[in-house]
Design a protein around this ligand. Sequence first.
Ligand SMILES: Cc1ncc(COP(=O)(O)O)c(C=O)c1O
Length: 395
Amino acid sequence: MKANIDFIPFSRPVIGPEEEEAVLRVLRSGWLTTAGETKAFEEEFARYVESGQAVAVNSGTAALHLGLEAMGVGPGDLVVTTPYTFTASAEVIRYLGADPLFCDIQENGFNMDPEQLEQTVKHAPKTPKAVIPVHIAGEPCDMKSIMDIARRYGMKVLEDAAHSFPVKSNDGKWTGTSGHAGAYSFYANKTITTGEGGMLVTNDPDIAKRARIMRLHGIDREIWNRYTAGNTQSWRYAVVEAGYKYNMPDMAAAIGRVQLKKAGEFRSKREDIARMYTEAFSKTHGRWTLPRAPGSRFEHHAWHLYLLSVTPPGGEDGEHYRDRCIEYLSGCGIGTSVHFIPLHIMPYYRARFGFAPQDFPRALSRYQTVISLPIYPALTRHQVDRVVQAVENMP
Ligand SMILES: Cc1ncc(COP(=O)(O)O)c(C=O)c1O
């Protein structure tokens, strides 16, 4: 009965007694939905990332959707993103009746390539309304170049920072705060979690105002405040749009406030693990490509994911070899994943937009050889050593 006792899961949230107490406090307060905890979480988060405003919602996807909506994206518009991401980054474009325009990723990385972005925009049938750079795995995109291109073409920028809290981009700003708005995810496997949850940040008061109205049924209480005074009118509300039901409950926000305090410590533990992996794997040449070029700075990464790209032995198909490695690691009791199956080879995107796999060759080849290894604060030194050993013994 060895069962799964030695199994190292791919991901595991770190929840301590402080989070438990915070949830109990809310449960006992008699108020379970959005109120003071959420407001406090918004204020604390905005302060952390040095952003004007933060709007808490119930998922990262909701934050992306509200951000794009508030930027005025609508039917017939184009929005640029990369195919090397989770479907949430692109599906929100379709929610609004707009179309995604994909551009390929960096030659030696996973993020949006500014040159590819410029080419894509130049050759687009019309100027795209917005760009969604995704800080894949927690590695910041080249925001200086992306913002420069966006300014020249008059495009809005919504950063998908689902993986990248808390780290700064090359312009010295926290990822998520270089563009016109940024979206974070607090899904269970993310760098901080509320179980499910997300945050939209922006320095633009109009985007924040619109997102606050749209996150809760399109209700604008402020317009009543102008005409009424005193608590006797607190029941009144005005529906000014067909909005969404995206508010974050206080139970989630209470967890988020505690996790936010631990964010720096979590990040540095992830960085330690990335260093251990990189140090061990650097000893072997030719068998794999590490997630960052040698000599690049570890601290410029949120290390949400550790993406190892394996090199197939002579003649073997890359994808076939990658799959064999995953099976081998699984046999060693190690959970792994693949980030990402590019969107342009997904049935929906292929059928709707007629993509062929080779349309985005970099995204395709990265996907074919990539494996995500376990990386989270709860991983012990012993577990890291076991992962290293198993990877070194891969077929
Ligand atoms: C790159 C990226 N963007 C957005 C999201 C959506 O976040 P959520 O699951 O909180 O809606 C995810 C989720 O995993 C993601 O990986």
